[in-house]
Design a protein around this ligand. Structure first.
Ligand code: TRP
Length: 329
């Protein structure tokens, strides 16, 4: 049986190398499997909890859309759309609010973390927290349930959200009869956490990312900023270093081993960085060209997303109709 795979990407900043290897590349590989029916979307309304201006919203939405297309997403194989175009999603969101216990939201990690921060600072526990952040997991549940998704590929940090979606689906089904499928989380094995410039997890919140489609110049300067130890040229280097971890991503096993040997043999950090730049840039270059093409042809991107939304809404309407009938409206 064909399985429906669904995942959302928040446009809260420029796509970085961690996003590519951790989420984009594996999701595109899944979409090549004919047993999977894939729905990938830009979670623009979820980004509202983070974004500050209209310009940011537009810039990052196009960045994400063009990135996925440049990385090989085929809109003939994947239903690719913007969340805000699926108006049915927001009607379902409201309905789901009414079967969601408030306590469930109090326990959501993102909200809890903000409350704890406030408490530590001796502020009111809800200071600076809006209802968008509080209700975030309910909208995410609607995103998933409205397409009857079987599997949701996400990072570990989103696991709780998928569990909440299951709880909410169950709560609805128990009250009104079975309408919703219970989605499963799909955490990919072998997709390990990527290291950033400072050796910690590559993450926007740490400010240690390398933008995927940075210009060559910017890519070079970022790579030069990678933190290394003070070992001199000629001294053996620790192969557990950030440069080696990043190098591996861009090359086959054999080249990775050769590089590792050079590090052990005392390659200087400067040379190691130059070699990393070389392989990273070769890998990214063809995709970067496509990315720039799409960024200059936004009408094409708009059309792809509109077509995606049209296809997606056929399914969303069916699910919403069933839900409305179950409730009696
Ligand atoms: N919350 C997800 C994130 O921050 C993005 C997202 C929104 C999502 N809706 C979704 C992911 C539905 C999977 C399914 O990464």
């Amino acid at each position: 049986m064909e399985k429906r795979i669904l995942t959302g990407i928040k446009p809260t900043g420029y796509a970085h190398i961690g996003n590519y290897f951790g989420a984009i590349k594996p999701a595109i590989m899944l979409s090549e499997n004919p047993n999977f029916d894939c729905y990938y979307f830009i979670a623009d309304y979820h980004a509202l909890t983070t974004l500050k201006t209209k310009e940011e919203m537009q810039e990052y939405t196009y960045d994400i859309a063009c990135t996925w297309l440049a990385c090989g997403l085929d809109p003939k194989k994947v239903v690719f759309y913007k969340q805000s175009d699926i108006v049915e999603d927001f009607e379902l969101n409201w309905i789901l609010c009414n079967v969601t216990p408030k306590g469930l939201m109090n326990r959501a990690h993102a909200y809890k973390a903000r409350v704890e921060k406030n408490e530590q600072a001796n502020f009111d526990k809800d200071a600076g927290i809006n209802m968008g952040l509080y209700n975030y997991p309910i909208l995410m549940s609607a995103d998933i349930l409205i397409f009857g998704a079987d599997l949701v590929p996400v990072g570990l940090d989103q696991k709780q959200h998928i569990e909440i979606a299951r709880d909410i689906a169950n709560a609805f089904n128990n009250k009104y009869g079975k309408v919703f499928k219970l989605p499963d989380c799909y955490i990919q094995e072998g997709v390990s956490t990527l290291v950033g410039l400072d050796g910690r997890k590559m993450s926007k919140s740490y400010g240690n990312t390398i933008r995927l489609f940075a210009s060559e110049k910017e890519l070079k300067s970022k790579i030069n900023k990678i933190v290394t130890d003070s070992r001199m040229p000629g001294e053996p280097k620790d192969v557990d270093c950030t440069i080696n971890k990043l190098y591996k991503l861009f090359v086959d096993k054999e080249s990775a081993q050769e590089f590792e040997q050079k590090l052990k043999d005392g390659l200087s950090w400067g040379e190691a960085k130059a070699m990393l730049f070389e392989v990273a840039n070769n890998y990214i270059k063809p995709m970067r060209e496509k990315y720039l093409y799409y960024m200059e042809h936004k009408d094409l991107v708009d059309k792809i997303l509109e077509d995606g939304a049209k296809k997606a809404r056929v399914i969303a309407k069916e699910y919403l109709q069933k839900t409305r009938e179950a409730i009696g409206v």
